[in-house]
Design a protein around this ligand. Sequence first.
Ligand SMILES: [Zn+2]
Length: 417
Amino acid sequence: VWDCLWTDIRLATAAEASDGFGYLEAGAIGLKDGKIAWVGAARDLPGPVSALAREHREGGGRLMTPGLIDAHTHLVFGGDRALDFDLRTQGRSYAEITAQGGGIRSTVRATRSLSVDALCERALPRARSLLSDGVTTLEIKSGYGLDLTTELNMLRAARQIASALDVDIRPTLLALHALPDERAHERARFVEEVANEWIPAVVEENLAVAVDVFCEHIAFTPAECRQVLTAARDAGLAVKVHADQLSDLGGAALAAEFGALSADHVEYTSAAGVAALAQQGTVATLLPGAYLMLAETQRPPIALLRTAGVPMAIATDLNPGTSPLASLTLAATLARAQFGLTASEAFLGITRHAARALGLKDRGTLAVGQRADLCLWEISHPRELSYWLGRPLCATVIRAGRARAANVTSATAAPRH
Ligand SMILES: [Zn+2]
């Protein structure tokens, strides 16, 4: 006997299906012990509803999908960069903005000044915004400390968010983000310290499951990234790369070389980079929020990625400097409007392929044995998930089989269970 059976729902399973969505109009799903015990067409249910489950819920014809997965965020930070954006839209240069106290330095200063509790408290409203939009699994990077103490504090804050909110957090050490001012004259020593001291410290406290690097002219060279990725791999951590965002330094190929979970941004990735991703099975994570806010014009090579069969994830990249985007469905809409993804590509980008970008095999699709992370939406077809611009659509979230109380709306009147 299942714990709960949902009927009167439309399903989009995100499993392999000819329509790209796994869409089913009159669906049903049975949950047991936090997992999916049965999923399919209601007419195929193996018995009468009353005999199958202890609790029966009706979805009112709403759409049910896997819980959404945001595979790339920087949502722990101090301060904000709203003034930077104001100046940027008035045509001021990054140098002028920095001179006025803005830029990443201001975020680093503000982040270093906060305790773990304060970092968590600042991040919670941003996390809640993502959760109210259907996110059940969330990646959070460090990277605004640029010193070991603050990087560890950021990761501790991420862990604190996981215990404060109903969400799974996948913490990532963004080991190489920017060279801090005070280390400007000892670049090599800094990179060495990250590889030989930061990574072991993070492993010792079990604070991260992955290590990320920013491979770019304004950040770190492929050789420096390689040094840190090697240390990460040797320490048993997964790796990922901020790759080819502003220029083609071969970041995607570097990610593939290390068997990375994902190469992220990939605006300037070459055909050779795409081929390397395809061969390795590395996910390309698209970040349309940064593209929008930086008024970029170089789009990721979507046609090449599609033809090569590279899985494409879509993430918010939620961060203060370039992507203050706190809705994953809005990110999906932007990926369609700006990059030309299809509706089913966008849907898989925030479900199945996003799970893969985090190395998670137990979620991202509706299939027997998967975690019961589910969303019920106030729409009837999954193409609407990447159509509306900032319209709240999420009615109910279920994580590991339990309804998330804060998200239960009067529209569904779903009881806790
Ligand atoms: Zn990022």
